[in-house]
Design a protein around this ligand. Sequence first.
Ligand code: GLU
Length: 505
Amino acid sequence: MNRRVRVRFAPSPTGPLHMGGVRTALYNYLFAKKHGGDFLLRIEDTDQTRFVEGAENYIIESLKWCGIMPNEGQGIGGDFGPYKQSERKDANMYTQYAMQLVESGHAYYAFDTAEELEEMRELAKKAKMPNWQYNSITRGSLKNSISLSEDEVKARLDVGDPFTIRIKMPRNEDVRFHDEIRGWVTVNTNNLDDKVLYKSDGMPTYHLANIVDDHLMEITHVIRGEEWLPSAPLHVLLYRYLGWEETMPLFAHLPLLLKPDGNGKLSKRDGDRLGFPVFPLEWKDPSTGEISSGYKQKGYFKESFINMLAFLGWNPGTPQEIFSLDELVEAFTLERVSKSGAKFDPDKTKWFNQQYLRSKSDLELGSLLKEKIQGDFSLEYLAGVANLMKERASFIDDMLEGDYFFGKPSEYDKDTVNKKWKPETPALISELKERFANVSEWKSEVLESTFKTFLEEKGLGMGAILPNFRLTVTGKGMGPSMFAIAELLGKEETLTRMQEGIDKI
Ligand code: GLU
């Protein structure tokens, strides 16, 4: 089988895309690019009751922000459309396959109403059999085309009785398939139920639509979350029963994303509760108006978000941790995806951002700063600010802590004032100011040596005066080199601030 690699990301538009979903999209993207294949976006909206306004758009915007846009699919186009299942249903692309399964005896009509099924479940619960299922054992006593006579089935169909179509799960058969990450998986059909394939409203369920679409769209690899592993045996049977086994895609089920403490799956609700975003972009719930934070708005670079996600469940087998998207394409293989759950680490996520921030040029950081501040500052000046602040920053916003670069201090750090500002301080700062006023050149090194000479002459230690110098100029107790700050602020500004400090503190 030497087919062109075609993979798909197939989210359901039931809400914002969780970072686990973005990781699935990313691995699909990497795999497709690595093999020179296609990466498709298909919207799986067969469950209309869970449709959420704006979710589809959110999914596309998120992929766009991450720089991992599919090259074919919903909102993009291609030869295998439509790429949204509700539209494929309208184009009548599923019914014939449901019928084919009924005709070949692999599926059957079921006429039981939702209420009747609920009743069965309740009865079973009372009889202490809580996991009641529609399956090879119970189907004989339910209302379907296996238990009812041919005439009755025909009569019901003729009068338009609502029906679903269910798979007829064989009894006691081993379904065996190979997972690219997990190896061979075997499941006995006695553990599987007769899943609905086709609903009474004429809509296929996820299972049927997914198989039909993957087949018609010539998908070669299904790379998706572990939560779909239990459905895979059913999917394998559907390929077999529809006669498509030869071109059945290979499966790769990705490990779960776990909470930072490793206890359970990272859920949509965890994020803001535990203090980090779980969504790529900010999301406003259309029904409640509730806002969930997004990586983009929290100040993460898309490169670091992607780099971090790539490592949640995969590693390159070398110590290298910083990878551009192109390098990820180069290095990625399904063999190096792990089977066990990947613990999400918010600190590591920040670390990645810090690495990317540090790797940017001062000019680049300066122009990012420019977007965040008011006031007319030259790019060169902002690059200077970035140069001083980036060592302490994980985010562009962290650099704004140096607010003194953009205006005089409006207050002076109380702790430092209490600890360091002594009765003799004003006179010393005043003298230091005079020395600075006379330096040959306003340069950080010159200021530093002038400062040291001054200390020696006075027989003072650094601690007696440096924090106070900082206080007057920045209002803060800590920060980058004071001499570098002074150089950047300029002579006049520095001397003015020193005087104002003396007057105000
Ligand atoms: N619609 C499924 C989801 O929301 C897709 C599962 C699959 O990729 O087969 O994740």
